[in-house]
Design a protein around this ligand. Sequence first.
Ligand code: VGL
Ligand code: ZN
Length: 207
Amino acid sequence: MDALIVVDVQNDFCPGGALPVPDGDLVVPVINRLMESFPLVVATQDWHPANHKSFAANHPGRQPGDVIELAGVLQILWPIHCVQGTEGAEFHPDLNRAGIHVVFQKGTDPEVDSYSGFFDNARKHDTGLHEFLQRRGVARLFVCGLATDYCVKFTCLDGRSLGYEVFLVLDASRGVELHTGDVAKAIDEMKAAGVIPIESTEIAMVR
Ligand code: VGL
Ligand code: ZN
């Protein structure tokens, strides 16, 4: 069984949002089309409480982009984004919400960030996504969404470490590119872990 994993296609990660990914909204029509051909569509949603410690604003004197230690791991500080119940945390209005079978929320613990859809960054807690996929007999993940160099990357890497065959759908994903080359580096890291980059138009050839 194949699953489409739609990562964090939320207003705050799209142009006009709090943590905009360049051209982030362009993934929406591509993902809507992909949804139609998958038997199982899972979405992740970055879902932070207002006091989340990944927000620079919750560390007096710190700026977005600064790096601190949080839950024993390095943490980039971000602008306030995807706060539970806000417009910014909602899925992009054009994303086909009805095409999503289940949503896994992450980043709810204020003390630790969670880029991956499977585990928090300290790998202390899981979201239940792995168990869900196991129970449905999923062996292959087609991962897409925002952002290629953070949440998409860590979802792909954890997927590999859990034993899934993982495809990264390039034209259905975009990166933050905080530093030039971050997206290319992320794709190289994923490839080194066995992730297979693919264009949405090529998926029919492997399914
Ligand atoms: C993300 C930074 C902070 C993402 C989430 O979805 O890639 N990036 N929170
Ligand atoms: Zn976040």
